[in-house]
Design a protein around this ligand. Structure first.
Ligand code: COA
Ligand code: AMP
Length: 635
């Protein structure tokens, strides 16, 4: 079948407002929008400005009323605990209503923020949907972040309440959440009034009387009392959530998502981009703490009336490299969405795909990869093992859904390895040089999106319009800066090659090296430091720290290096995967004092590098090379 992509994209180009007005019809509005886009509202305009709606209604109630009450909505599969359970849409509604009643009893109302700090358990979804029902703004914090990161988010979001759990479970390790939560609350200047805590049998925790509420008990009481909570009528432009993501400094950026545009856009992607029909099982093997989890574990599948899977495990080691195939076979998964790193991990343990052949994957149609560049080797291996299309797609926390993709729902286009294919409707993607001029096809440059961004993309940063402008809009007037570098080829295929800022991508997780540098610099013996992203066969990149010690420090370097590693784990969290530190005498700098991080990274990666013309003292690069060699890194 010929792809409809070109026709659909051209249709959007010819009439963007008409395109989104049509897409908006797939949503149940309390009062449908009559003004599709208002260029005068917000920083760059707002979508569906007079629409009134509720996201929880569209993700839950609508399906209960519309014939899907008995269809599974959520399947929880936890190889790490051995537990499995499924909730129909009717049961999901009961859980969400009861939890919404508990939150409301704790004083949560429309516009209040609620932080959700939870592992991959269904209660995390229930909490997000309960907030959506009340019009409260959720802010989910990934469980692999440490107390200080949580405290930073508490101070920025100023939540009324935090929903958390007694523990998370990593292979071979229980992560006690309560000490992290209590530590963060102590550290934060903003005072949180209440916490609703899920007690997990693997590691229950003590609750603080007067502050902490036992989620299980409170939900049971609410259910017994038959409490009802109706969906609150919200403006389409009201915020649904704030999700913090790494920025160019240690201060994370609070990406805002609204209600109306987000629903319209995500619903559109399920059929047209991902090729999924309502009633099918869609599995995003990510975490609710990331944008992939928000969009494709929670909201998009549920808005579409599909079944979503909450998987508490890893691609390998829980218990083996066949876990993904077991889940696909057992739950009849049509499409899996994960990060390439997961496939590199599986391939590393099962290079011949022997586990793949143990399971019945006959209902499995498509594999979607995103979160980092999908290397051609990994794609080809997955294609060969699974015999299904492997679709790379590119997007960001800020956009909330794919900017470019091979849209299988509209009809698959030819695959070009290393390319996340073509721009999706809504996105006018250009490549500019540093002066803001468009570059010829095939030339590397700054990848930008012509304003306005489509519905569902961030309208601004939480309480920080000016930071939104300076981080994304000011450098290339009229465009949104993605901070990715890449090029567009003659067939309009995009190639995303690198970041233009300090962000590195570790196992599909977005991390700021600047934030790590801020922590390393806190060590009392460290005079100066730099953190770069070094190539890693499995995780894509891992951080590598360089430290210069204060003059006169007589302690063992190895001890200091261990302390620096522990400091980053303690302050940012295990997710930083910060495990390599090299002590050097000096850092290479330009004559104007800028640290030459790019050259250091190339030396560590054994890439060819040329002497920067502006370098202050070329001999330092030899010192860096020797120090790395001493650690068995680079050459
Ligand atoms: N809570 C607490 N700790 C967590 C955590 C969580 N939710 N998630 C990860 N961590 C810890 C890990 O246990 C690990 O700790 P360790 O240093 O003690 O081993 C550390 O953070 C680094 O985690 P990660 O980078 O995920 O590495 P890993 O070795 O545990 O697993 C993969 C590697 C590839 C299997 C894993 O990253 C993965 O499944 N990735 C899938 C991609 C993905 O989910 N991407 C998200 C966007 S799509
Ligand atoms: P995040 O906001 O965590 O989703 O990270 C977004 C960043 O991850 C992008 O700006 C890219 O740098 C990178 N990224 C995500 N998906 C892809 C992809 N398919 N190809 C290349 N890079 C990607």
């Amino acid at each position: 079948m010929a792809s409809r992509y070109a026709e659909v994209y051209a249709g959007w180009q010819a009439d963007p407002e008409g395109f989104w007005a049509e897409a908006a019809k797939a949503i149940d509005w309390i009062s449908p929008p009559t003004r599709i886009f208002d260029a005068d509202q917000g920083v760059y305009g707002r979508w569906f400005v007079d629409g009134i709606c509720n996201t929880c209604f569209n993700a839950v109630d609508r399906h209960v009323a519309g014939g899907r009450a008995d269809q599974p909505a959520v399947i929880y599969d936890s190889p790490i605990t051995g537990r499995k359970r499924s909730w129909t849409y009717a049961e999901l509604k009961d859980e969400v209503v009861a939890l919404a009643a508990v939150l409301r009893e704790q004083g949560v109302e429309q516009g209040d923020r609620v932080i959700v700090y939870m592992p991959m358990v269904p209660e995390a979804l229930f909490a997000m949907l309960a907030c959506a029902r009340l019009g409260a703004v959720h802010s989910v914090v990934f469980g692999g972040f440490a107390a200080r990161e949580l405290a930073t988010r508490i101070d920025d979001a100023r939540p009324k309440l935090i929903v958390s759990a007694s523990c998370g479970l990593e292979p071979g390790r229980v992560v006690a959440y309560k000490p992290l939560l209590d530590g963060a609350i102590d550290m934060a200047a903003h005072k949180v009034e209440a916490c609703v805590i899920l007690q997990r049998p693997e590691h229950p925790c003590d609750l603080i009387p007067g502050r902490d509420v036992d989620m299980g008990e409170a939900v049971a009481v609410a259910k017994k009392a038959g409490k009802t909570v109706e969906c609150v009528a919200l403006a389409a432009t009201d915020p649904l959530y704030v999700l913090y993501t790494s920025g160019t400094t240690g201060q994370p950026k609070g990406v805002v998502r609204d209600n109306g545009g987000h629903m319209v856009a995500l619903k559109w992607t399920m059929k047209n981009e991902f090729g999924i029909e309502p009633g099918e099982v869609f599995w995003a093997a990510s975490d609710v703490g990331w944008v992939v989890g928000h969009s494709y574990i929670v909201y998009a599948p549920l808005l579409h009336g599909a079944t979503t899977i909450v998987f508490e495990g890893k691609p390998v080691g829980t218990p083996d490299a066949g876990t993904f195939w077991r889940v696909i076979a057992e739950h009849g998964v049509s499409a899996l969405f994960t990060a390439p790193t997961a496939f590199r991990a599986i391939k590393g343990q099962d290079p011949k795909g022997e586990f793949v052949r143990k399971y019945d994957l006959s209902r499995f149609r498509t594999l979607f990869l995103a979160g980092e560049r999908a290397d051609p080797e990994t794609i080809k291996w997955a294609e060969a093992q699974l015999g299904v299309p492997v679709i790379d797609h590119w997007w960001q926390t800020e956009t909330g859904y794919p900017i470019s993709q091979n849209p299988v729902g509209l009809g698959q286009l030819p695959v070009k390895y290393g390319s996340p294919a073509v721009p999706m409707p809504g996105y006018d993607v250009r490549v500019l040089d540093d002066a803001g001029h468009e570059v010829p096809r095939g030339t590397l440059g700054n990848v930008v999106i012509k304003l306005p961004l489509p519905p569902g993309c961030l309208p601004t940063l939480w309480n920080a319009d000016e930071r939104f402008r300076s981080a994304y809009l000011n450098e290339f007037p009229g465009y949104y800066k993605t901070a990715d570098a890449g090029y567009i080829d003659d067939d309009n295929y995009l190639f995303i090659m690198a970041r233009t800022d300090d962000i590195i991508n570790v196992a599909g997780h977005r991390l700021s090296t600047g934030a790590m540098e801020e922590v390393v610099a806190e060590h009392p013996d460290v005079a100066e430091c730099a953190v770069v992203g070094m190539h890693d066969g499995m995780k894509g990149q891992i951080p590598l720290g360089f430290v210069v010690l204060n003059a006169g420090v007589a302690r063992e370097q190895a001890d200091i290096e261990k302390e620096v590693i522990a400091l980053v784990r303690d302050k940012i969290g295990p997710v930083a995967a910060f495990k390599s530190v090299v002590t050097v005498k000096r850092l290479p700098k330009t004559r104007s004092g800028k640290i030459l991080r790019g050259t250091m990274q190339k030396i560590a990666d054994r890439e060819t590098w040329s002497m920067p013309a502006t370098i202050d003292d070329p001999a330092i690069l030899d010192e860096i090379g020797s120090a790395l060699q001493g650690k068995g890194i680079g050459g």
